[in-house]
Design a protein around this ligand. Structure first.
Ligand code: NAD
Length: 352
């Protein structure tokens, strides 16, 4: 079975120091830090202290810049600066930075080394892990990309101190997803938790453990890695729909996945895979943290069009991951249009 090279994960109290030694003991021809205006302001000062000689490339923040156009800008800057194959790219930022930076590193001169230093909750517990890289195309999420793992991942939860609250909750959506597909006890712990901030390091570690376990078994998403797409078939379609049709007011990845998880849990319940009591627990936990999103009936068809184009589908069949009770899953479940519409109607009727 084809696997991906495994990255070193620097986490815990010594992670910055370990990273410093790793860089000092490597022999890179140059170090380039890819960042955006926010991570340049809030996170770069920490790195600047320890990293020695380096160049920076700054891109504009936001999902709307996760495009091939941004890649061309970055490739040109690397090429104009004569960056060679022995260089190291350090991606300092959230999921957008990790996805673009990983793709740049995988493709520039057919591949250079890279490191992720995730700075948002989503990127610490999800986007930096697992080797998926890429960009959107015409609003379609992650339509272009490759699988490639970074050489290392550096987890520094202190960066979360400057992250706006809404992005913290976005990350929480992926943590909840990991618990739903991989660990019922973890889900119960999340449901009972009164103080997320106090427990965040523990939750990041548990999330990374679940994701790593799954990715190590199926790096190229032929089977069980599809479980990580739970909530994402409907979630990605909503994210794309809002990105294209409400570009001034898009919804965050986490908000979209939160709706997707409720809708896809409902389909699991309707297929008698998930008991009603567990559907209620899931809905309660998600609505405790995420405001309801208004999704109009007239937009259902458009949302389904996005689901139709989902790269998780095969032979024109819409394939979802469903829950087989909390903590268990089933991949490749063929879903029909009516079930999707009914699941969105269920979501619309929920009390916020
Ligand atoms: N590759 C994967 O496996 C995977 C998994 C999950 C999500 N993703 C992708 O991740 C993206 C969402 O990630 P995200 O929510 O991190 O988005 P993001 O990278 O856009 O970051 C969110 C915002 O926070 C700012 N920011 C980042 N770190 C900060 C800090 N420490 N302090 C203050 N501001 C900071 C950023 O500049 C940006 O404005 C989506 O594109 C999604 O598709 C990828």
């Amino acid at each position: 079975m084809k696997t991906l090279s495994k990255p070193i994960i620097f986490s815990g109290h010594n992670s910055l120091n370990d990273f410093k030694h790793y860089i000092a003991s490597s022999n890179y021809s140059s170090l380039i830090i890819l960042l955006d205006e926010n991570t340049q302001k809030y996170c770069f000062p920490v790195l600047k202290e320890i990293i020695g000689s380096h160049a920076i490339i700054s891109i504009k923040s936001g999902e709307e810049h996760k495009t091939i156009g941004t890649c061309i800008e970055i490739w040109k800057k690397l090429s104009d600066a004569n960056i060679d194959r022995k260089a190291l790219l350090i991606n300092l930022g959230g999921g957008v930075l990790c996805d673009i930076g990983g793709f740049i590193a995988a493709s520039y001169q057919r591949g250079i080394d890279f490191i992720h230093i995730p700075t948002t909750l989503i990127s610490m517990c999800d986007a930096a892990i697992g080797g998926k890289t890429g960009v959107n195309l015409d609003g379609l999420k992650n339509q272009i990309g490759v699988f490639k793992n970074p050489n290392a991942i550096v987890i520094l939860p202190d960066f979360l101190k400057t992250l706006p609250e809404n992005h913290i909750f976005s990350g929480l959506a992926e943590i909840i997803k990991h618990s739903l597909i991989g660990d019922k006890r973890f889900f119960n712990e999340l449901s009972e938790c009164q103080d997320y901030k106090k427990n965040i390091e523990k939750f990041i570690a548990k999330s990374i453990k679940i994701k790593t376990r799954i990715v190590n078994l199926d790096a190229y998403e032929k089977g069980i890695r599809k479980s990580l797409n739970f909530g994402h078939s409907i979630g990605h379609a909503l994210e794309s729909f809002f990105l294209v049709n409400h570009s001034k007011n898009p919804i965050s990845h986490g908000e979209a996945i939160a709706v997707g998880m409720i809708a896809e849990s409902w389909i699991s319940y309707k297929r008698k895979l998930l008991p009603e009591s567990e559907l209620d627990q899931i809905t309660a936990l998600i609505l405790k943290h995420f405001s309801k999103i208004e999704i109009h009936k007239k937009d259902h068809e458009k949302i389904i069009e996005y689901i139709q184009k989902d790269k998780k589908n095969e032979h024109k069949k819409k394939l979802f991951t469903l829950l087989d009770g909390i903590g268990q899953f089933r991949v490749n479940e063929i879903i029909n249009k009516e079930e999707i519409i009914q699941s969105l109607e269920y979501y619309a009727k929920l009390e916020s």
